[in-house]
Ligand binder design. Structure first.
Ligand code: GTR
Length: 429
């Protein structure tokens, strides 16, 4: 047997080995290295756009294309998925203690029968006299986790295990019921005159690095499930965002909903998803990013909390392949998150942070909205109206709005209490 290193020598090697691993997250504002953001209004040909017409015709398509090429990948064309069909699986007139009608609708693709589809859950205010506006969002848990009602069959889809989710062996259990109800303030929304449409994101793709093999991405891929993802191919966030747009398709067909008044909402990784859905699909007249952090609203060039290197190591499947090349090399990326926010213009966008959610970089989330303002200005739309991040529970802004909630990484009743009147104003209600 080879003689091992003398103990002193082995100990001396330890810090080196540790240094070769992931850098620990920085939480010191003063230690953020200086950075320069890509110019929002300057086209790749070097022209600075000065009108909303030029933004829409020249720069916006470029910025969208850059996010496709470098961050989220390109969503396949409709010809690849074909016809979308809707089948009502159940209707309950007595949901949420009698104030709502709940429908579960399967959204599927006849051209791809191997995909089970999305079981969208729609809560509608009961007895509404006209079509209602609707929130649309993906959820971490299945329908039985989102609603406080206990009468739904349990989903049989693969679930991520998690604290207080009731998930056992990657499946929902009776204990899963209602575990997400505080995040989805259905009663509050319905009482405010909104419908809420949700779907379990794992129905489009299970959230794990190899989840695509069982998800829609493999099914829609021309190369089949054995494919390896190429630069520019869509990641899981793109697929989950696609699901939100198929719900928007359905909502155009339901006479109880005003399909022109849709607000897309998401928390955390699903907040990144909501931003990307809003960027691609203008039917979402309101875009809400709740604690979306790195890869969402937080500026990637601010090296604080989660970084591009960390997120692409832990969650490579969320993004297009190229994105991981920007870990510890953010300056080379032709976009940053202020450009993602700008893709919502002139529609209304709400960016929300939580003060204890330092991993998501609340200040970086605030700055993205501030720095996107030049695009909203082209449309005469007002933003924050203040240059500095406000204190806790003090929302600022108009078409671009922001708050820093006191507390943890989460979506709470407080957040919904801000989003509901924001969406009402945006929809002129
Ligand atoms: C974290 C991840 C974040 C955020 C969060 C979530 O582990 O680092 O980017 O998306 O998950 O989705 O809850």
């Amino acid at each position: 047997m080879r003689s091992p290193l003398p103990i002193g020598c082995a100990l001396a090697l330890l810090p080196l080995a540790a240094a070769a691993q992931q850098k620990p997250a920085n939480y010191d504002e003063a230690a953020i290295p200086p950075y320069t953001l890509p110019e929002l209004l300057k086209t790749q040909a070097g022209r600075t756009v000065q009108t909303s017409t030029d933004w829409n015709a020249l720069r916006r398509p470029e910025v969208l294309g850059l996010f496709e090429a470098h961050v989220f990948g390109k969503t396949p064309a409709p010809t690849q998925w074909g016809k979308v069909v809707f089948e009502t699986l159940s209707t309950t007139e007595t949901a949420l203690g009698g104030i709502a009608v709940r429908k579960v609708v399967r959204i599927s693709l006849p051209a791809h029968p191997q995909w089970k589809g999305i079981e969208m859950m729609l809560h509608l205010p009961k007895g509404a006299s006209r079509p209602v506006p609707c929130f649309v969002g993906a959820s971490f848990g299945a329908n039985e986790a989102v609603t406080p009602d206990t009468d739904l069959p349990l989903s049989t889809s693969w679930m991520r295990p998690g604290k207080d989710t009731g998930v056992v062996d990657n499946r929902s259990t009776e204990k899963t019921r209602g575990t997400e109800k505080d995040r989805w303030q259905l009663e509050l929304a319905v009482q405010a005159g909104f419908a809420v449409a949700t779907y379990y994101y794992g129905e489009v793709e299970p959230d794990r690095p190899d989840g695509w093999k069982e998800g829609l991405r493999a099914i829609l891929s021309n190369d089949g499930p054995s494919t390896e993802w190429k630069d520019g191919d869509w990641g899981a966030i793109g697929a989950w965002a696609w699901g939100l747009s198929r719900i928007a398709d359905y909502l155009q067909t339901d006479p109880a909903v005003d399909g022109k008044k849709l607000a897309v909402i998401g928390h955390s990784r699903l907040g990144k998803t909501s931003l990307w859905a809003g960027a691609q699909d203008a039917r979402f007249g309101v875009v809400i990013s709740n604690n979306s952090g790195e890869g969402g609203a937080a500026l990637m060039r601010r090296n604080i909390g989660e970084t591009t290197a960390i997120i692409t190591k832990s969650f490579p499947h969320w993004f297009t392949k190229t994105y991981s090349s920007y870990g510890n090399n953010e300056a080379a990326c032709p976009v940053d998150s202020h450009m993602l926010v700008s893709l919502s213009a002139p529609r209304a966008i709400y960016i929300a942070s939580a003060d204890e959610d330092r991993w998501a970089d609340p200040k970086g989330e605030f700055l993205a909205g501030l720095l996107a303002q030049p695009v909203f200005d082209l449309f005469g739309k007002k933003g924050y109206g203040v240059p500095e991040q406000p204190g806790t529970n003090s929302p600022v802004g108009e078409t671009v709005r922001y708050h820093l909630r006191a507390g943890k990484h989460d979506v709470t009743r407080y957040d919904w209490e801000q989003y509901l009147p924001f969406a009402k104003r945006a929809f002129g209600l």
